[in-house]
Design a protein around this ligand. Sequence first.
Ligand SMILES: Nc1nc2c(ncn2[C@@H]2O[C@H](COP(=O)(O)OP(=O)(O)OP(=O)(O)O)[C@@H](O)[C@H]2O)c(=O)[nH]1
Ligand SMILES: [Mg+2]
Length: 312
Amino acid sequence: MSELSAKVIAGDPRSIGRLITLVENDAPEAVEAMKQIHRYTGQAQIIGVTGVMGSGKSSLIFELALVFRAEGKKVGIIAIDPTSPFSGGALLGDRIRMMDLSTDSGVFIRSMGTRGMMGGLTSALYDVVEILDAAGMNVIIIETVGVGQDEVDIVKIADTTLVVLIPGLGDSVQTIKAGLMEIADIFVVNKADKPGVEQTVAELESMLDLVGHTEYRTPIVATSVKEKKGIQLLTSKIAEHQEYLKKSKTFDTRRRQRYEAELIEIIRKRLMDFIFDEKKLKKTVDCCIDQISKKELDPYTAADEILGKILK
Ligand SMILES: Nc1nc2c(ncn2[C@@H]2O[C@H](COP(=O)(O)OP(=O)(O)OP(=O)(O)O)[C@@H](O)[C@H]2O)c(=O)[nH]1
Ligand SMILES: [Mg+2]
């Protein structure tokens, strides 16, 4: 095992950061390390947090992190394309507490951008989750803004997905539109210090009624980071969902789905890398052009042979 892998497994923050950077830069050493650390993964609880922009996802994550830290758990936080950095959007009094978190060795925080990573974010995200897991984080929390494809991906990775909304008109309609309804394991109505919470909760309840009776009914938790309300209830709902996953065997199913999605992602990425490497591609097909010209080989058979070689 490489020194880097060993240090990552030992939980060394600098090495964790370095390996993540290698992964993001698509460095060959990253693949070696990823191979080595896989067998040290599988212990972490993975929580996805998605939802409306500015709904307080980062603020909530910090509150959750504090609770998990108080329970003695190590926490990894991944923020994808954060529009407001953790420190920037914080409620005034919380900034100091957040500083405490960022200097706490039991917490590892990392932001990941989608820009400049052609099709690479998802596969890099799987890697980062594996890295934090292998590094001994007991809980890994991933924040994404719930627009577009991202929230669908988070569902493939997370054990428990929180969808964060805020009181006010049209939120629940937005939820159905964005397909967030299906992905929520827990609905959070944050900023419950603002008017209209009851109505938003009621709307969500009646939407859930429409879904009908299921073994697991998505709980709705009203929280206020500002007034420090509902956080404990939220953590207990997360724990209940974990229990449900384990009892109903859904946990194993989800983990299998995650590995399936991860494997497909790696294969997709490798193929893409190959296809977009114009020079390499040209060189690979070069050998057959003569034969095709002389009618010794047809293009389809040639393609089969080349693909066979690539995929071997
Ligand atoms: N009134 C009130 N404001 C809150 C609450 N939670 C967060 N905020 C404020 O809402 C704003 C956005 O909070 P963030 O935690 O950055 O929200 P976010 O969902 O992570 O935002 P993006 O990552 O930009 O989508 C900040 O100004 C917070 O201080 C709350 O419970 N009540
Ligand atoms: Mg945020």
